[in-house]
Write a protein of this length. Structure first.
Length: 239
């Protein structure tokens, strides 16, 4: 038998003392403590600790949020249950829990639709209300693209000419030659028939630049005017 914690004497006695009650929902538990008393030095001490209340709230949270966990604990503790049935129920519970979790995650994910800025290739032909766009525009002679329009000059004459001209939004541009040969870029207001010659002529000319390979220059396209290129591949960047 252990002696007195204070003096080591074995001349000690023990007695049970009522420490109160722990009340549950439908019952109560009387708490006792075993108290030691040393007859030599008079020292007293408790030999057992007061039982703690069960943490019922942990079980409640477990059943609400991770129901397979408390179910697993309960079934593992059951010694009188067939192991095949026991672990089959545990496996099924976890599988159901994972399916619910995956389904919930999928429904919570939101699909965002990103707005995209219209690229030059998808911009409609400029009207008198439009202004120059900030993105680069590529023009290739002979291809309509989004800005090209086919015209016929001196139609029905021996000098009939089919052209594709480009109505880009009005504004100032940096124009660059992307082709493998020098080229000319011309800006015109339009064309009309010269009654004296019987052929069409440009009504008014704007900027006309000649570009070396990889060369750059600046042009301005007034509202409603068009660009004419011959055998060229150029880019226009709004300023």
């Amino acid at each position: 038998m252990a002696g007195c914690p204070s003096c080591g004497s074995t001349n000690i006695t023990f007695k049970r003392e009522n420490q109160g009650e722990v009340r549950g929902k439908n019952s109560k538990q009387v708490i006792h403590q075993t108290v030691g008393f040393c007859k030599d030095c008079g020292y007293t001490w408790q030999t057992t600790e007061t039982p703690k209340k069960k943490k019922t709230w942990l079980w409640v949270l477990g059943w609400i949020f991770i129901f397979p966990l408390p179910l697993t604990i309960i079934l593992v503790r059951k010694k009188d249950m067939n192991n095949i049935l026991k672990y089959g129920i545990i496996a099924a519970a976890w599988i159901i829990y994972l399916i619910i979790g995956l389904a919930g995650g999928g429904s919570d994910s939101s699909t965002t639709t990103e707005s995209t800025t219209a690229q030059p290739e998808t911009t409609v032909v400029a009207t008198t209300e439009e202004t120059a766009e900030t993105a680069s525009i590529e023009l290739i002679d002979g291809e309509l693209g989004d800005y090209g329009k086919e015209i016929i000059m001196s139609e029905g004459t021996d000098l009939e000419e089919h052209l594709i001209v480009y109505y880009v939004p009005a504004g100032k541009y940096t124009v660059k030659n992307l082709g493998s040969n020098p080229t000319q870029v011309s800006v015109y207001e339009g064309f009309a028939k010269n009654n004296e010659t019987g052929y069409d002529e440009y009504t008014n000319a704007g900027d006309i630049v000649v570009l070396a390979v990889d060369g750059e220059d600046e042009i301005e396209v007034p509202d409603g005017w068009f660009i004419e290129i011959h055998g060229a591949h150029i880019s226009l960047t709004a300023k």
